[in-house]
Design a protein around this ligand. Structure first.
Ligand code: HEC
Ligand code: HEC
Length: 335
């Protein structure tokens, strides 16, 4: 009788299974954890603050990970979610346990019903937008299928809103039953948004190369087109992808939260400098609105010019276009 005849030697069968199990555990669980311990945080990466950790717990308990991933894969289609594919350093702080009993949850996610959130703090870096979107996604994204998380908010009579209350701005009337009430964010909602705004892809230190995205199609195929090759960036699709979240496809914004660009004095001023400055460096001088984040890091001069010119020639707006060179000048003069 052979030693490894599993048909007759039950001990060999059980031992083999046991050793294979231990081996696999080492490969898929211990080795990655051990390897993780050798990574250092990226230069401007910070551990979560206490408030952000609370937000992380809300994120877990509301099961946002059922629809959202936090991993930029190294394939072309993931370029929309970050400047580079994710690397182990991005997850360095998930080594810390939430508490003695609870391991830090893995939020990589496996379902992408909604967008990847790795870099959402850069994409949607606005407290007002995040609160409005959590309370009622359709107030900013008309076709959204994300559930509204209304239990993270409560209603207060307009006369009894305290100074410390954070009111959801720009909520259209149809979403509040009682017009005398204001919707106020709970501590949980604020912590969750604090956590979401902290989700940013950090730049790599000098000398460190990011992994590349694997292109969808072989490169040769692209050069076939010929005629359309030098069309330049498409201002409309860039606007739809980035700016419409707040200023809306109609350019009309969300009254009370995000200003209208349709008929805006800044957009319709033939001197484009202020318009360029706002897009590059953001804006925070109007007490009626929260701040708008800078977008200079996310777009090239050509792209900024394309977006601006789309705004200047849409929804009845009519003002002189700007050039990429003008954008470059404003960028250099203010940096
Ligand atoms: C049933 C699936 C689903 C669940 C659960 C869900 N979302 Fe979403 N989420 C979506 C979809 C779809 C979108 C895209 C449309 C939109 O912006 O509303 C989205 C968009 C977002 C965005 C904007 C992302 C971007 O880049 O535009 C954020 C932020 C977000 N969700 C946060 C959350 C948080 C926080 C939770 C948990 C409290 C959550 N989501 C739960 C489906 C979901
Ligand atoms: C997350 C929300 C948000 C996004 C995204 C956003 N903005 Fe804004 N924008 C604002 C807010 C809020 C203000 C008002 C800021 C203030 O006046 O203090 C504003 C103001 C402006 C203004 C000035 C309008 C006026 O008449 O005062 C322009 C122009 C503008 N945004 C262009 C853009 C462009 C171009 C993009 C896309 C690259 C963009 N915005 C993306 C929130 C946003």
């Amino acid at each position: 009788m052979a030693l490894f005849d599993f048909n007759t030697n039950h001990k060999a069968l059980v031992w083999t299974m046991f050793l294979v199990f231990i081996g696999l555990t080492c490969i898929v669980a211990y080795y990655p954890a051990y390897e993780m311990s050798s990574y250092e945080p990226l230069p401007d990466q910070q551990p979560l603050t206490q408030d952000q950790r609370r937000g992380l717990e809300v994120y877990v308990s509301e099961n946002c990970a059922a629809c959202h991933t936090q991993q930029v894969r190294n394939i072309e289609m993931d370029k929309a979610w970050g400047k580079r594919p994710a690397i182990p350093q991005d997850y360095v702080f998930s080594k810390a346990r939430l508490n003695f009993w609870v391991q830090s949850p893995s939020l990589l996610g496996s379902e992408r019903t909604g967008p990847d959130l790795t870099d959402v703090g850069n994409r949607k870096g606005s407290l007002d937008w995040q609160l409005l979107h959590l309370y009622e996604p359709r107030a900013v994204e008309p076709n959204s299928i994300m559930p509204s998380f209304r239990w993270l908010f409560y209603e207060v009579d307009s006369n009894f809103v305290r100074e410390s209350d954070v009111v959801v701005k720009g909520l259209p009337d149809k979403y509040i039953k009682d017009k005398r009430k204001k919707v106020v964010a709970t501590e949980d909602a604020l912590a969750l948004v604090d956590y979401l705004l902290s989700l940013k892809q950090h730049p790599l230190p000098e000398g460190m190369e990011a992994p590349e995205f694997i292109p969808l199609k072989p490169k040769e195929e692209k050069s076939g087109g010929g005629a359309t090759a030098s069309a330049g960036p498409d201002g409309k699709s860039l606007y739809e992808g980035t700016c419409a979240a707040c200023h809306q496809s109609s350019g009309e914004g969300v009254p009370g939260a995000f200003p209208s660009l349709k008929g805006s004095g800044i957009v319709n001023n033939d001197m484009g400098e202020t318009h360029i400055k706002i897009v590059l460096f953001g804006k925070d001088d109007n007490p009626n609105y929260g701040p708008m984040q800078p977008f200079g890091d996310q777009f090239t001069d050509e792209e900024v010019a394309a977006i601006i010119n789309y705004e200047r020639s849409s929804w009845g707006n009519d003002s002189a276009p700007v050039t990429a060179d003008e954008v470059k000048e404003v960028r250099e003069a203010n940096e």
